[in-house]
Ligand binder design. Structure first.
Ligand SMILES: [Zn+2]
Length: 172
């Protein structure tokens, strides 16, 4: 169990918090435009919405099909925090949390986790025509909360867990 948590943290938490996930995404996931340039496909049309010039930003954020998930996720984040934050691609893709939003460190850390769980879900369903279900995001986030609770408890730092996760746990 202990090693599982360690691996999970490195692969999941480490990926999202301690490194720049966008760099990794750009390295691993070739966009349709890149594939077209390399003549590996004949069209750079998005397979979800059929629009042309499907960039990585489109596939992760702007695509109207994927945005259905984002609308639910971002509305839920605002509901949990009691805020009306206006998320743009710079916040979601680049993990940029503006100081003018006036969030606590715990709130910022929770948003980063919530966003990364959504991006991870989108990447896992990269070739699907439909957006990943909101219920799966919610379940993945609950699972992450459970892992972090165990992990922080082992470090005798449950205060950090509470600081990050309490609003979300209270909302369940
Ligand atoms: Zn699209």
């Amino acid at each position: 169990m202990e090693s599982c948590i360690g691996i999970y943290k490195r692969c999941f938490l480490g990926f999202e918090i301690e490194t720049n996930p966008t760099k990794i995404i750009f390295r691993i996931y070739w966009t349709l435009q890149q594939l077209l340039r390399k003549k590996l496909i004949n069209s750079d049309r998005c397979w979800r919405c059929n629009s042309i010039n499907a960039s990585l930003i489109h596939m992760l954020w702007k695509c109207p099909v994927i945005y259905l998930l984002w609308m639910e996720v971002l509305a839920y984040i605002n509901k949990v925090l009691g805020k009306s934050l206006l998320f743009e691609n710079i916040h979601v893709i680049l993990n940029y949390i503006p100081t003018v939003w006036g969030l606590t460190k715990g709130q910022q850390n929770w948003i980063l986790r919530a966003l990364m769980v959504a991006k991870r879900l989108i990447l896992k369903a990269w070739k699907d025509n439909h957006p990943p279900p909101f219920t799966q995001w919610s379940e993945d986030l609950r699972q992450l909360a459970s892992f972090e609770q165990i992990s922080y408890r082992k470090q005798l730092r449950e205060d950090i867990y509470i600081d990050i996760w309490k609003p979300f746990i209270d909302s369940l």
